[in-house]
Design a protein. Structure first.
Length: 357
């Protein structure tokens, strides 16, 4: 067997869990190559150039692993799409309420390509159901949950937490008596940040809680600028701390010093930050939508109506104030997160290789 990885243009890695997957291949002495393609062309031309590059350079006598379903367009260029595995993390771009008509059209082209893939790997049963509803054959769609690196995303000792919290709070200007509400991720429309900002305002002004909202990571696009404007209108800008992308080794520190992790998403194909927070012993308040219940189980507080900012605020306050609930969520969350690992993910992907080989 040989594996030929096809990642998106201008990417350095092959995707989530890549180092574990490559480790499995080396251990089993399986030959592999990575078809990296760099370009400065505009999006449309880049896709054509990428497709032609893959058509010319792909090893047809191999398992062809397309690392992101959003480049499913390359399957239109491949002469023989047998022995093809494609990873698809979500179908958010098929939902008109979250993306522009142009983005929908581009994704539709990739989905048409994906129908030629022999196996499509998705991270949740929810995403599988969505694909089937879009016309994909159930037997083609394989569910392999994402993982977490437990050697990195782990609960720190009480001493470590105290030291780090003091250090980071001094750096960010957070007072000792202020609770830290953490969010990790982007600010796309489906991430539902405006609802969280309204909940923060209610907790500050009506419930009189001493809190700071720390937002880590994500690219500041149009929706992010709208959120900054909303912070100003709500009068809570001084209580919001925005931190650009941080290395993974730094990210784990924020999960460990936070009093609560809040993930108010309207749609997720998996929702990896929830799992990372649970693994670090950080209580989670999230939403009861799409794949999220599969990932968090009964180890997080799930808001029934993700657009109800008052319901979200009440759940945040309950976790911050109810010590026995916090301890229960922390204990159960750490235990639950152990079910997910990148080692298991990599081995499950390898089994799919063998199945289609």
């Amino acid at each position: 067997m040989k594996v030929c990885f096809i990642p998106p243009p201008n990417t350095k890695s092959i995707g989530y869990g890549d180092k574990w997957l490559l480790r499995v291949l080396r251990k089993k002495e399986v030959e592999y190559e990575i078809l990296k393609f760099n370009t400065t062309l505009s999006l449309g031309l880049a896709r054509i150039a990428h497709g032609l590059f893959v058509r010319k350079n792909v090893s047809y006598n191999s398992v062809k692993h397309i690392t992101d379903g959003h480049i499913g367009y390359v399957l239109h260029f491949i002469k023989n799409s047998s022995k093809t595995v494609t990873i698809l993390y979500d179908v958010a771009h098929s939902l008109s309420k979250f993306v522009s008509p142009l983005s929908q059209l581009e994704f539709k082209i990739s989905l048409l390509g994906l129908k030629r893939s022999e196996a499509i790997v998705v991270p949740s049963q929810s995403t599988k159901k969505s694909l089937i509803a879009l016309g994909f054959k159930p037997e083609k769609v394989k569910v392999v949950p994402l993982g977490v690196d437990h050697s990195l995303f782990r609960p720190f000792s009480q001493k470590e937490r105290k030291f780090l919290r003091e250090k980071i709070c001094n750096k960010l200007g957070i007072n000792e008596d202020e609770k830290i509400i953490l969010y990790v991720g982007g600010e796309y429309k489906r991430k539902n940040i405006p609802t969280l900002l309204k909940a923060i305002k209610y907790l500050l002004e009506v419930r009189k809680l001493k809190i700071k909202f720390v937002k880590v990571g994500g690219i500041l696009e149009k929706s992010g600028m709208k959120n900054i404007e909303l912070e100003r209108k709500l009068g809570i800008k001084k209580y919001v701390i925005r931190i650009p992308h941080v290395p993974t080794k730094e990210l784990v520190k924020y999960y460990n010093i936070a009093d609560l992790f809040v993930f108010p998403s309207l749609y997720e194909g998996f929702g990896l930050p929830n799992l990372e927070a649970l693994s670090c012993g950080c209580p989670v308040v999230t939403t009861n939508v799409a794949s999220i219940p599969e990932v968090v189980g009964d180890c997080a507080i799930m808001v029934k109506n993700p657009l109800d900012w008052k319901e979200l605020a009440e759940n945040i306050e309950e976790v911050l104030k109810n010590d026995s609930l916090r301890k229960k969520l922390i204990k159960n969350g750490i235990k639950h997160s152990q079910k997910f690992s990148w080692e298991k993910y990599a081995n499950d992907i390898y089994e799919i290789y063998e199945e289609i080989w």
